[in-house]
Design a protein around this ligand. Structure first.
Ligand code: ZN
Length: 144
């Protein structure tokens, strides 16, 4: 199943400097695999917009808009599908996760699953906290 969609946003934030831009610079078609729908493989064919960064000092001249919860930079899968595949790989490991992914109509090779997981483990998921409270240093019983 394929869903064809296009964005209608009129501004986006530069991923490098964070400056908001309203300077559209063309469109770009993305093909995203998503979790299955009624046991069928799901593809989102999404027409996104390219913007020009207005900050003169920014090294990123143009960038593609990202849709929260639907797209990630350079990704060919939705965040929802990526998380599902990461969890399958964490619980089952490569080959069993690959076999189950085929049954779930999101077939992915064991090597790809391991690569996805490795990439996620290398990237920090959240910013490091700037301020810590006393409770953040509390230790669990039995652990020092
Ligand atoms: Zn920028």
């Amino acid at each position: 199943m394929t869903i064809y969609a296009r964005t209608t946003t009129d501004k986006a934030d530069c991923p490098v400097c964070g400056t908001a831009s309203r300077h559209r610079h063309g469109r770009y078609r993305r093909r995203l695999d998503d979790v299955a729908l009624s046991g069928r493989r799901m593809v989102i064919n999404l027409l996104v917009q390219r913007f020009r960064c207005p900050a003169s000092a920014c090294p990123q001249r143009t960038f593609i808009e990202q849709l929260d919860g639907l797209t990630e930079r350079f990704a060919r899968r939705t965040p929802r599908l990526r998380r599902l595949l990461e969890r399958l790989t964490l619980v089952l490991a490569g080959r069993p996760a690959a076999r189950l992914s085929a049954h779930l109509a999101v077939p992915v090779s064991a090597n790809t699953l391991l690569r996805l997981l490795r990439r996620r483990l290398v990237q920090p998921r959240a910013r490091a906290p700037r301020v810590l409270g006393v409770d953040d240093f509390a230790t669990r019983k039995g652990h020092v």
